[in-house]
Ligand binder design. Structure first.
Ligand SMILES: O=c1nc[nH]c2c1ncn2[C@H]1C[C@H](O)[C@@H](COP(=O)(O)OP(=O)(O)OP(=O)(O)O)O1
Ligand SMILES: [Mg+2]
Length: 200
């Protein structure tokens, strides 16, 4: 049984690859053309399930499909951008534009730093059903981008217990503490169980 990651995000694929090695394939490696998927649920879990189900429906029961829906939430902004993180600066916005938008909003409010957290919902869809696990990483956001490691909002995010952003810290630090890493830790035994039950 093959494990496939249903994402168009290179940063996520890199982090999953680092965690799973060759066990996991990108969806573009198993599909000739990748469909447009509308993420219109109102939770991370809902959107993760939409993505994993869309790809599972194309691949069928020989595959376990994993997806990641994630984002950053800033409590002082009422939890924004939250599930809208990928389109904070508008539909089709780039990571850079979304990051810039959050910096602008913080600056407009005169906020130099404020608590924030990342959420990742990982959905797993296979012949035996649908599963979702979550992971979180708490810290704060600052009003200027520092460093170019990671992706998305990482240049303004300082994890709890650190004094540098994820743009500056070595990627191995993020791999040990991130929302995605925590969700992957929970997903692993589920994947292994489904793999065994799937009979191989
Ligand atoms: O570790 C992270 N470090 C920085 N930024 C992050 C992280 N994790 C999520 N994010 C941001 C990026 C994007 O603005 C949104 C995810 O949106 P989300 O729809 O889940 O992903 P996406 O559209 O980029 O790819 P896809 O849906 O194909 O998996 O949250
Ligand atoms: Mg998306």
């Amino acid at each position: 049984m093959q494990w496939v990651l249903a994402t168009g995000n290179r940063g996520k694929l890199r982090e999953f690859r680092e965690a799973f090695g060759k066990e996991i394939l990108g969806m573009d490696e198993v599909l000739d053309s990748v469909p447009e998927i509308v993420e219109d649920a109102d939770t991370f879990a809902g959107n993760a399930l939409i993505k994993a189900k869309a790809i599972y429906d194309l691949l069928g029961p020989d595959y376990l499909v994993i997806s990641d829906d994630s984002g950053i939430s800033v409590p002082v902004l009422g939890g924004a951008p939250g599930i809208y993180s990928a389109r904070y600066a508008g539909e089709g916005a780039t990571d850079r534009e979304n990051l810039q938008k959050l910096i602008e909003v913080l600056k407009e409010r005169g906020i130099q730093q404020t608590p924030a957290y990342y959420t990742a919902a990982l959905a797993i869809v296979g012949a035996l059903g649908e599963y979702v696990v979550h992971g979180w990483m708490h810290g704060k956001v600052i009003d200027e981008a520092r460093g170019d490691k990671g992706f998305g909002y990482d240049p303004i995010f300082i994890p709890e217990g650190y004094d540098r952003t994820l743009g500056e810290l070595d990627e191995s630090v993020k791999a040990g503490i991130s929302h995605r890493a925590k969700a992957i830790t929970l997903a692993r035994p589920v994947l292994e169980l489904l793999q065994r039950r799937g009979g191989e």
